[in-house]
Design a binder for this molecule. Structure first.
Ligand code: AVI
Length: 310
């Protein structure tokens, strides 16, 4: 979880770059300030957001087979370790796991995750690692076999090029014999997808709009949140849910002293969440040198877990 910050020239620069483009965008990572992380946690418990509970149930179900495939004494490296629940399930399923590396950009998240697991798994070696996993940080010296873990369909927030780049970096870091367990959300009817990203209680709307509040604080912006609406749109061509913030009126908003003009109905594209069939995901994985060792889906065909091998 990121700490609260005040004016930050880097955020202002990145925001202005996106907002001055002909199609306005903001980078999705800006959604995750302290309040954004709290709202995302609340999203994972929403009735419409099937992702988290489906993946947890699937992880429970595949435990014995995973234990068999991975073998004893594994070291688990979790990319984007924001909470201990999924790692805890995975470690409990494995045969005497030797080490766990929670890896995330937010120091407080990796420390809290490691602390929670220290109590649950007293013999486990813990190596919290802080950094941007997109940059491919070198891992500490770890026992083998190595199992990377990237749950939650966070890979779905990466466009195809970034996903291949990331998968390649992980393959390089885990090395020969490394395996990678990845949660991948599956394509499904827009009637299920759109409410999952535009829930009745308005939590996802608050999560998206919070980005403007962050820019008011960190980019010297003057957004009136009441003048923007959250939109979740299914883009069938690219097989992704898009989150947008739509201007309710013609308006001009100052950002770091620069006026940014909005037409009524114009949107800021804030996030993509790709939904990938097994074939689509395995095509990306193979471009990064991985091959599929095992694939599991929940009985309703909502979500998948891929075990990749190098
Ligand atoms: C973090 N990530 C996998 C979420 C998703 O489903 O794409 C982010 C999210 N955005 C809105 N709701 C959830």
């Amino acid at each position: 979880m990121a700490a609260e910050r005040h004016f930050d020239p880097a955020t202002a620069e990145v925001a202005l770059r996106g907002l001055r483009a002909s199609r306005k965008t903001l980078p999705a990572h800006l959604l995750y300030d302290e309040e954004g992380c709290r709202l995302f946690e609340a999203i994972t418990r929403l009735p419409e957001y099937y992702v988290t509970r489906t993946e947890l149930a699937l992880l429970r179900q595949i435990g014995p087979e995973l234990r068999e495939r991975v073998g004893p004494g594994a070291a688990v490296v979790e990319y984007g370790a924001g909470a201990p629940t999924k790692a805890s399930l995975l470690l409990a399923a494995l045969d005497r796991p030797a080490a766990y590396v929670p890896f995330d950009i937010a120091e407080s998240a990796v420390v809290a995750t490691a602390e929670a697991l220290r109590e649950r798994f007293p013999g486990l070696a813990l190596h919290p690692l802080v950094g941007d996993f997109m940059d491919g940080v070198a891992l500490p010296d770890l026992p083998r076999p190595l199992l990377g873990f990237f749950p939650g369909s966070t890979i779905g927030n990466l466009d195809p090029e970034a996903a291949v780049r990331f998968l390649g970096k992980v393959r390089g870091a885990l090395g020969e014999g490394g395996r990678f367990l990845v949660g991948v959300d599956l394509p499904k009817a827009p009637e299920v997808l759109v409410p999952a990203y535009d829930d009745a209680a308005g939590v996802t709307a608050a999560f998206n709009l919070n980005l403007l509040r962050r820019l008011n604080r960190e980019a010297g912006a003057g957004f009136d949140l009441a003048h923007f609406a959250h939109r979740a749109v299914w883009n069938a061509t690219d097989s992704r849910i898009e989150m947008h913030l739509q201007s309710r009126q013609r308006q001009s908003v100052p950002v770091a002293g620069v006026p940014v003009h909005f037409e009524a109905g114009e949107t800021i594209h804030t996030e993509n969440s790709y939904k990938r069939s097994p074939q689509a995901f395995l095509t990306l994985a193979s471009q990064a040198g991985w091959h599929g060792e095992a694939l599991w889906r929940d009985p309703d065909g909502l979500f998948s877990l891929h075990l990749l091998a190098s």
